[in-house]
Design a protein around this ligand. Sequence first.
Ligand SMILES: Nc1ncnc2c1ncn2[C@@H]1O[C@H](COP(=O)(O)OP(=O)(O)OP(=O)(O)O)[C@@H](O)[C@H]1O
Ligand SMILES: Nc1nc2c(c(=O)[nH]1)N=C(CO)CN2
Length: 160
Amino acid sequence: MKPLFLLLGSNLGDREAYLRQAEMRLSGVFGKIAQKSKLYETAAWGVTDQPPFLNQVLAFSTNIPPLEALKHTQQIELDLGRIRKERWGARVLDIDLLFYGDETLILPELILPHPQLHLRRFTLMPLAEIAPDYEHPVLHKTVAELLQDCPDELEVKALN
Ligand SMILES: Nc1ncnc2c1ncn2[C@@H]1O[C@H](COP(=O)(O)OP(=O)(O)OP(=O)(O)O)[C@@H](O)[C@H]1O
Ligand SMILES: Nc1nc2c(c(=O)[nH]1)N=C(CO)CN2
């Protein structure tokens, strides 16, 4: 079994409800949630001309292989997305695989650890809440150190 850290994001519709549904579906696949961050309200990063996000990090302990894990998370995005699509005409759930234990992968469909995680405060803040001492298997810095060194100045606010 290895720890799998997932970042959930939503910025359309009832964001909290989408995250909750995603969480239920994910625990159906990966089992009991080992750790769960608070919800974080964050301004949109990258393409800033869009509504603010709710982000949250969940951790599981699993032996489902990485590519299979990705298929599951993409299916959940699709399933919840279909509901959204009819209603809003946009994707409102994003699931990123952040760390899968010490796995390092560079495939067209999956890069582990997530190649942008150290550049994104909206990822590092919730991750640092639940796993500050977790070491990045490529950069060899802890999550707390990555957060400290992160150049991103995005405002990220814990909600609960
Ligand atoms: N660690 C990873 N977690 C999730 N998807 C990944 C990862 N590495 C590569 N991918 C690939 O990235 C592709 C694009 O994902 P998506 O459409 O969600 O992009 P995005 O959310 O706009 O950007 P980002 O991935 O930078 O957050 C997916 O089809 C997936 O195959
Ligand atoms: N704050 C925030 N910004 C984003 C996010 C996200 O989850 N949170 N996801 C994006 C596409 O993956 C683009 N920008």
